[in-house]
Design a protein around this ligand. Sequence first.
Ligand SMILES: Cc1cc2nc3c(=O)[nH]c(=O)nc-3n(C[C@H](O)[C@H](O)[C@H](O)COP(=O)(O)O)c2cc1C
Length: 190
Amino acid sequence: MACLQRQFPEHEVELIDPLDYQLGEAFKPHFAYVKSEVPEQLDTLAKKIASADGYIMVSPEYNHSMSPALAHLLNHFGSSLYSYKPSAIVTYSAGQWGGMRAALGMRTFLSELGCLPVSAMVHVPKAQEVFAEDGSPLEDVDGDRWHDYLSRAFLQLFWWAEATKKQRSAVDPHTMIRNFTRDPSQRNAP
Ligand SMILES: Cc1cc2nc3c(=O)[nH]c(=O)nc-3n(C[C@H](O)[C@H](O)[C@H](O)COP(=O)(O)O)c2cc1C
């Protein structure tokens, strides 16, 4: 702020801090709670994430990015719960690209969580012409073609889920490779 005001004294600069606005509950991730005080719903979700063998991440495109609601939910859990498993990306949008730009960002996001995305992705352009409001496919939609399209990503996910499940039971990755749980600087180069 001081630098901006010095550089542009004739301009008005205002700091807007998201913490000053009640836009939702304060963020507190699962791993930040004392174990006995973790909210039940959050703990149930943590157990679901930990016990899954793979994930299908479904998101609309918002400003060329993934859904803030999905990112917010995923951010509540440490990467050790997601890692050494595959994920598949499914995006949709009202426009012609079907959430492709959000999907590219999701690849980075999911890689950081350790649930590596498979190469095939699903994009649904003009989602309002494919699905009814309740999520069921509209009548004139070619179900077989959609099934074929979806299958590629889902079969890749299935293959990787089976493979990583076998390898996780042969060699526990959390024993073989340290989880970083103390500080982000644990990842730093020497
Ligand atoms: C804030 C906002 C930003 C959006 N940004 C994009 C966008 O970048 N690209 C796009 O194709 N559609 C965009 N859309 C349209 C959404 O993808 C579309 O409305 C979608 O149906 C939203 O999914 P939902 O109804 O499940 O929330 C945006 C919609 C909103 C409300």
